[in-house]
Design a protein around this ligand. Structure first.
Ligand SMILES: C[S@@+](CC[C@H](N)C(=O)[O-])C[C@H]1O[C@@H](n2cnc3c(N)ncnc32)[C@H](O)[C@@H]1O
Length: 373
């Protein structure tokens, strides 16, 4: 098991440092952050552990080969020369995806994909083969994860505009939540932030209830994998502080309840149907971590009114609480009238988003709390 594999842990831009911290915590050395992920060298159990335990990564790919190629002939010859049997069992179906820069001779990704499939001589299937061509250098990788790692397996089909689970975890961590203190999400939607917070507090591995592509590889060792899973399970703690998720929408409340139960943290989250203007907080100050609606209009009203109201509620009822609000570039965060600073910039579903964090001061600008919504 001392084989070392070149791996790339893919991350949404902005989350690379968080992913670096995770892989280092698993003893992975060397590990180097680059835009879009972390390059590292891993053993097989480390590769499996990253898949099982990473809260912030999108997927893990392993490098199979790198070669120079200036045309289809050498491409097919070198791709065909790879000892594929070491990586994939005979007959395993593949899907090939190709990216190429315009400077490379092989820049036509569709044609490269066709030739690659022809050379591999495998049926179409689930196993991802990733081909990247940069300055005529071809890098061939295999996707070790399968479905992206933010597919934890707890989310039902009902969610509207949900956050990626990896981003939910990233904002809880970037907000510097102390998992001994309460956490409240008053715009919980399908519950991602509250569920990820509960998984963090209880030290539960996010990938515990899903499968991974590497489990189909000939290098997979079921008993060594069992040890990796048992190691992760051994970290779980029962203790969890109050985590409260609320939303004015009944469908969102139902989705949060179902998702939390599927994630194994149903008993750790109090789910309430209420508008933000009815927000009630535990006496002991903690963290409000939330992702209010984006866009100009919401529920038939102007988003600015919603932010005015949310700001008034926070200044009135949340003195001393930490606040972390995720918004897009057109989110009127300034209308909260709170001393918040951008703490993280990243993407959610292709939209640029930023997390704004701070503490509600005792003498924030006075304002009345509107009654609607
Ligand atoms: C962007 S979504 C939150 C998505 C959530 N983070 C997730 O991962 O599913 C915003 C949520 O705010 C809720 N909402 C809008 N106005 C509200 C209000 N005045 N009070 C409480 N919830 C509200 C919507 O019902 C919606 O579920």
């Amino acid at each position: 098991m001392s084989t070392r594999i070149d791996a790339f842990v893919v991350a949404v831009p902005g989350l690379e440092q968080l992913v670096l911290g995770e892989v280092q915590k698993l003893g992975v050395r060397p590990a180097r952050p680059v835009r879009g992920g972390v390059e590292c060298t891993v053993t097989w159990p480390q590769l499996w552990a990253i898949n099982l335990r990473s809260r912030y990564a999108t997927r893990v790919v392993v490098r199979v080969a790198r070669f120079k190629s200036d045309g289809f002939h050498s491409f097919q010859q070198k791709l065909g020369a790879i000892e594929w049997g070491e990586w994939l069992d005979d007959g395993v179906g593949v899907q090939v995806s190709v990216t190429a820069d315009k400077e490379s001779k092989l820049y036509h990704t569709g044609a490269v994909e066709e030739r690659a499939l022809e050379t591999l001589g495998r049926p179409l299937g689930e196993q991802g083969v990733l081909i990247r061509i940069l300055n005529d250098v071809v890098t061939v990788s295999l996707d070790a994860s399968g479905a992206p790692l933010h597919h934890r397996g707890y989310r039902g089909p009902a969610a509207k505009a949900p956050l990626r689970e990896s981003l939910g975890a990233a904002i809880v961590t970037t907000a510097e939540w102390d998992p001994k203190k309460p956490l409240v999400d008053p715009f919980c939607g399908s519950g991602t932030i509250a569920i990820e917070a509960a998984l963090i507090a209880r030290r539960m591995a996010p990938g515990r209830s899903r499968s991974f592509a590497f489990q189909q590889w000939p290098t997979f060792d079921a008993s060594a994998w069992e040890r990796v899973v048992r190691g992760a399970d051994g970290d779980i703690v029962e203790k969890c502080p109050p985590i409260i998720a609320s939303d004015r929408d009944a469908g969102a409340v139902a989705a949060t309840l179902e998702n939390a139960a599927r994630a194994g943290v149903g008993d750790n989250i109090e789910v309430v149907q209420r508008a933000v203007s009815d927000l009630a907080l535990p006496a002991r100050a903690g963290w409000i971590v939330t992702n209010p609606p984006y866009g100009q209009r919401v529920g038939g009203g102007d988003i600015r009114n919603l932010y005015d109201r949310f700001g008034a509620v926070l200044r009135d009822r949340a003195v001393g609480w930490h606040v972390a609000v995720l918004g897009s570039s057109d989110t009127p965060v300034a209308r909260l009238h709170l001393p918040l600073r951008p703490a993280l910039s990243t993407l959610n579903g292709g939209i640029e988003v930023a997390l704004h964090t701070g503490v509600v001061p005792a003498l924030a600008a006075p304002a009345s709390v509107g009654s609607a919504g």
